[in-house]
Design a protein around this ligand. Structure first.
Ligand code: ZN
Length: 109
């Protein structure tokens, strides 16, 4: 069980991370099923692929612009992606306890 001092900064924004992350995964796998989508729904595979690109960009921008520090409004996803290593930014984002700009802690919210 987490103590109050260990509350991650984005605790109250986890649902946004699930929504945007789910859309990113959906956009990543849907081109693999474009032939099935064409077979069942008669949607052209190129439309499915272009839709996947659109959903990918939309969900990436949604995550960048909606997950922010509650106090100083620093975009935490963009900060993590631009300042942390490629393989480490998501883990950093999921475990961040203190805002890198204003230093507010998750337990103070
Ligand atoms: Zn902040």
């Amino acid at each position: 069980m987490e103590s109050e001092k260990d509350i991650v900064l984005i605790y109250s924004q986890r649902h946004k991370l699930w929504i945007w992350g789910g859309l990113l995964i959906f956009s990543g796998v849907s081109p693999f099923f474009s032939e099935y989508i064409f077979y069942f729904l008669r949607i052209d595979p190129i439309v499915v692929d272009l839709g996947a690109v659109f959903i990918f960009l939309f969900s990436l921008l949604g995550a960048v612009f909606s997950i922010k520090c509650p106090k100083c409004r620093l975009g935490l996803v963009w900060y993590a992606m631009s300042k942390k290593d490629v393989g480490a930014w998501l883990e950093w984002l999921l475990n961040i306890k203190k805002c890198p700009r204003c230093k507010i802690e998750g337990s103070q919210l």
